[in-house]
Design a protein around this ligand. Structure first.
Ligand SMILES: C[S@@+](CC[C@H](N)C(=O)[O-])C[C@H]1O[C@@H](n2cnc3c(N)ncnc32)[C@H](O)[C@@H]1O
Length: 195
């Protein structure tokens, strides 16, 4: 699904208000989203969690791939973007959580997602927050689950290697800027950095 002009403007406004939190001037391209989602089996997933949904570049395609009884829980910290997601997607399988992805453990209350999808800008988030969110995302995954990560640089790879035994990598050039895609499996047992 191609973002329309109003979504692009909303995204740009959010970037101008919080550049380090949004981390990009444009939503992720449809091609990068598709390449990323191809790295997991969303059709078999019962529960998917999205971290940093923005204007919904991943939300729509994830819903398109999910089965009728599966669910998607989407975290978005920006109230305007969260409201726009709720208005845009009336799908009963979707729950939008307006709040920080760092609360993923408490929000899920013991539920274990098969897939976590993240386009959070880990390298520009406040010091330590990115590592905390990644460790918590790894800790909530169901057995055999996968964390999908999109970044605009490869700097996150060592951190992902500390948390996961298996990393699959891909680059999508059809995105501004090019997107580094990771599918992370087999989480190691790692202490929550803030615990
Ligand atoms: C690079 S944008 C990605 C948006 C969308 N997923 C895409 O690919 O176009 C990052 C998004 O993460 C959101 N975000 C940043 N920090 C967050 C946090 N701690 N918890 C939840 N969302 C956050 C931003 O508001 C922004 O919408």
């Amino acid at each position: 699904m191609r973002p329309d002009l109003s979504e692009r403007l909303l995204f740009l406004r959010s970037f101008l208000a919080h550049p380090r939190q949004v981390g990009a001037v444009l939503p992720t391209s449809g091609r990068a989203v598709s390449d990323m989602l191809d790295l997991a089996d969303l059709g078999s997933a019962r529960l998917v969690v999205e971290l940093g949904s923005g204007t919904g570049s991943h939300t729509g395609p994830v819903l398109d791939r999910l089965g009728p009884d599966a669910r998607l829980i989407a975290f978005e910290i920006d109230p305007n973007l969260a409201a726009s997601l709720r208005a845009r997607f009336s799908d009963p399988r979707l729950r939008v959580v307006e709040g920080s992805a760092e609360h993923v453990v408490t929000e899920l209350a013991g539920e274990q997602p098969d897939v976590v999808v993240s386009a959070l800008p880990f390298t520009s988030l406040p010091q330590g927050l990115g590592k905390t969110i990644l460790a918590r995302a790894a800790s909530v995954l169901a057995p055999g689950g996968v964390l999908l990560v999109l970044q605009y640089s490869p700097f996150i790879a060592p951190e992902l290697g500390k948390l996961f035994s298996s990393l699959q990598r891909r680059i999508c050039l059809v995105n501004v800027p090019p997107a580094f895609l990771y599918a992370c499996r087999d989480p190691k047992t790692v202490q929550d950095p803030t615990a």
